[in-house]
Write a protein that binds this ligand. Structure first.
Ligand code: GLC
Length: 579
């Protein structure tokens, strides 16, 4: 039976959902009026680049990337035009989930370097006038964390209540406390013989959830945040913040009737995971966390949450009953939105509806958990350029997952060879069922090393070292060095749009308006405006040549060499200065 449930994971997006506060609406013209502050906060205007440190650049030849590697490649990001670097976890961890299982929050994992290296990183980022953000995994620790070891040792130790412990049901107390499933599809409870109780985990069994109903836990974690903020970190990406609270009465989750979850539905394997995710208390928690980071000013700090779900509910993380919470939340529905003008229009309209100024949407198409964007778009560079034009010109904070800018594809790695904990958990699934699935079940496939050059190992690590994961086999055609020298490469398109965005206030802080009259089933068009400057973005998201609905203006950037004014080529996008 368990296996049957896991089979359904083949069709899963790691998707979780939603709730509803319908407090914002569009004007008749479809215009979203932005109430701009005199000086817009840096994090609203910024562009973010996500580094998965293990796969970025190995300077000491141990087959994985390191902090020194991040420092050495900062100029690459600076030249491209990125302003903020988000680094996935590098604190001490047994690495069963590659850092998302923390065993010490205030120590650096020796594989990545030392605290001195980290201090040098902060300095190096700031000296380039950039910002540094990293993952804070608050929801759970590793089962190797001292807190958990102590908590699991007995029912009476000082940390006995630091995790979510419950007696089992049934005569012998061996039945799980309730029917909750975790985000990875398995049961959310694991038995601990020493306590003769179960502990709860929103993710994998080696990642026990902290109990935030306990004020000591909250205080300890807030102090962790303060530790890093005092070191100059510019903010955090909060890992599965959607899971931070569970229903304290442990109500059973209702059935969902849905086999296939999506980015929109909070469903795992026929279960609506209603009581262990997206509790309203998590919103309140966000406002408390906001007060902690607001203790640190000059510059003010960023707080970004990871949550799946519908925009109409998850905006509660940012604005809870009129109180400020997180500064932004990932809006993952973009990841699985079909590449169609009508769908993108609907998406962005919804983003604007639920995240109007002073809130800000996020624009994200992939990360270290999801299929590579290039693969999702069928390997089409044209589509990737068009998507990038959208991502950097619509209103929101754009995120680039490392390698997206050169189009690293998903690298097929059979489940049985997987090093990813999810792949290991599901390694019994026959490979032929996995192949062909849109979403990856083995997250190694989207974590393969950065492709720097056409040298062996793509310049990621020395030639005589075997990288921790294989480099993409087409690295000689797709790498930074090569694309840097090709004017029409995807990389140079990123560079052009990043610089334009940075230098054009309308694009990074202007108001946003769908150009309804210019839109069609094939074309998405919108305006960005700031003071007297107005720009139009025209995206032909179809594979046909279409009539250009707008003539005039000055084309500042095009996905294609600028051709006829009267027509838009298949998948052509243009940024036009209107006035
Ligand atoms: C988040 C991370 C993912 C990790 C999980 C558990 O979804 O993005 O990589 O495995 O949380 O921490």
């Amino acid at each position: 039976m368990q296996k049957f449930f896991f089979l359904t994971l083949l069709f899963l997006l790691p998707g979780y959902s939603t709730f509803c506060q319908d407090s914002y609406s569009l004007t008749d013209s479809g215009k979203f009026v932005s109430a701009k502050s005199a000086e817009m906060e840096w994090w609203k205007k910024t562009t973010v680049y996500q580094i998965y440190p293990r796969s970025w650049f190995d300077t000491n030849g141990d087959s994985i990337g390191d902090i020194q590697g991040i420092i050495e490649k900062l100029d690459y990001l600076k030249d491209l035009g990125y302003e903020t670097v988000w680094v996935s976890p590098f604190t001490e961890s047994p690495q069963r989930d590659f850092g998302y299982d923390v065993s010490n929050y205030i120590a650096i994992s020796p594989q990545y370097g030392t605290m001195q290296d980290f201090d040098r990183l902060v300095e190096a980022v700031h000296s380039r006038n950039m910002k540094l953000v990293f993952d804070l995994v608050m929801n759970h620790t590793s089962d190797q964390h001292e807190w958990f070891k102590e908590s699991a040792s007995s029912r009476t130790n000082p940390k006995a209540d630091w995790y979510v412990w419950k007696d089992g049901r049934g005569k012998h107390g061996m039945k799980r406390p309730n029917n909750w499933r975790s985000m990875s599809g398995n049961w959310a409870w694991t038995y601990c013989p020493a306590r003769q109780q179960f502990y709860y985990h929103a993710f994998l069994p080696f990642q026990p959830d902290l109990n935030y109903h306990n004020p000591d836990v909250k205080k300890a974690m807030f102090d962790v945040a303060r530790f890093w903020l005092a070191k100059g970190v510019d903010g955090f990406r909060l890992d599965i913040i959607s899971a931070i609270y569970e229903d304290s009465t442990l109500r059973n989750n209702p059935p969902s009737g849905r086999l296939t979850p999506s980015d929109k539905s909070l469903t795992i394997l026929f279960q609506h995971i209603k009581y262990n995710f997206l509790q309203e208390q998590s919103f309140e928690f966000s406002t408390e966390l906001r007060s902690v980071i607001d203790e640190f000013k000059n510059p003010d700090r960023f707080l970004l949450g990871e949550s799946h779900g519908d925009e109409s509910w998850i905006n509660g993380f940012c604005n809870y009953k009129g109180k400020k919470g997180l500064k932004a939340i990932f809006l993952f529905n973009a990841v699985s939105t079909p590449f169609k003008a009508t769908k993108y229009r609907k998406l962005i309209t919804k983003f604007e509806k639920y995240f109007p100024e002073p809130l800000i949407p996020t624009l994200v198409f992939s990360n270290h958990d999801r299929t590579r964007t290039m693969t999702r778009l069928g390997g089409s560079v044209e589509k990737r350029k068009l998507q990038t034009l959208f991502q950097f010109t619509a209103r929101g904070i754009p995120f680039t997952y490392f390698g997206e800018e050169i189009g690293i594809p998903k690298v097929r790695i059979p489940l049985k060879e997987g090093r990813d904990a999810i792949a290991i958990q599901q390694s019994w699934i026959p490979q032929f069922l996995v192949d062909g699935n849109k979403e990856t079940l083995n997250r190694d496939e989207c974590r393969t090393p950065m492709l720097w050059t056409s040298a062996p190992n793509a310049g990621f690590c020395p030639p005589d070292v075997k990288p921790w994961l294989p480099v993409a086999s087409n690295y000689k055609e797709i790498n930074v060095e090569k694309q840097w020298s090709e004017p029409n490469s995807l990389l140079n398109f990123y560079k052009a749009i990043l610089h334009l965005r940075k230098e054009t206030p309308a694009l990074n802080e202007g108001s946003f308006e769908i150009a309804s009259k210019l839109c069609s089933p094939k074309i998405l068009a919108y305006y960005r405006e700031y003071e007297a400057k107005k720009y139009l973005v025209l995206l032909n998201m179809s594979k046909s040549k279409v009539k250009n609905p707008f003539s005039g203006g000055k084309v500042l950037l095009s996905t294609h060499p600028i051709g006829q004014d009267q027509k838009l080529l298949p998948f052509e996008g243009r940024l036009v200065e209107v006035q």
